[in-house]
Write a protein that binds this ligand. Structure first.
Ligand SMILES: [Zn+2]
Length: 141
């Protein structure tokens, strides 16, 4: 599933994070779910061509795919994701790829207001940037 990050309008697709190249609002087609106008939210450039995140008035999101000459190739599913993720909403495998088990426990405890080891929290916070680079997700804490 392609994901559009709220706030930054970065697109996560194929394991990549694409910053928008434009946030122009244009009518780009019709929503296949409700037949309302689709209005562009963000334009993204990929090595295959262009991708346009678009939304109708009923909040249906869709990703329109074009080649380099702006020939429409098709639509793809798109979902909106919050810019910052809580620890509890992240897959354990992702967390453990960057943080130690003790650090994950500390982050979870901190988020839920339980007692935690301050030292582990400092260590974990130092790895936030690495986590963001790997998974395109900012951690909220
Ligand atoms: Zn719609």
């Amino acid at each position: 599933m392609n994901r559009l990050e709220q706030g930054s309008f970065a697109l996560f697709t194929d394991g990549k994070r694409l910053q928008p190249v434009s946030l122009e609002k244009n009518v780009v087609g019709f929503c296949s779910k409700c037949e309302d106008d689709l209005v562009s939210v963000a334009y993204h450039r990929s090595d295959k061509g262009w991708m346009v995140s678009a939304q109708c008035q009923n909040q249906h999101l869709v990703l329109l795919l074009y080649n380099n000459d702006w020939n429409w190739l098709g639509d793809s599913e798109l979902e909106s994701v919050p810019e910052f993720k809580s620890i509890s909403s992240l897959p354990r495998e992702q967390l453990e790829a960057v943080f130690t088990a003790a650090e994950v426990r500390t982050l979870e405890a901190c988020e839920t207001g339980q007692p935690y080891t301050r030292q582990n929290l400092y260590r974990a916070r130092a790895k936030y940037e690495k986590f963001e680079k790997l998974f395109g997700v900012k951690i909220k804490l």
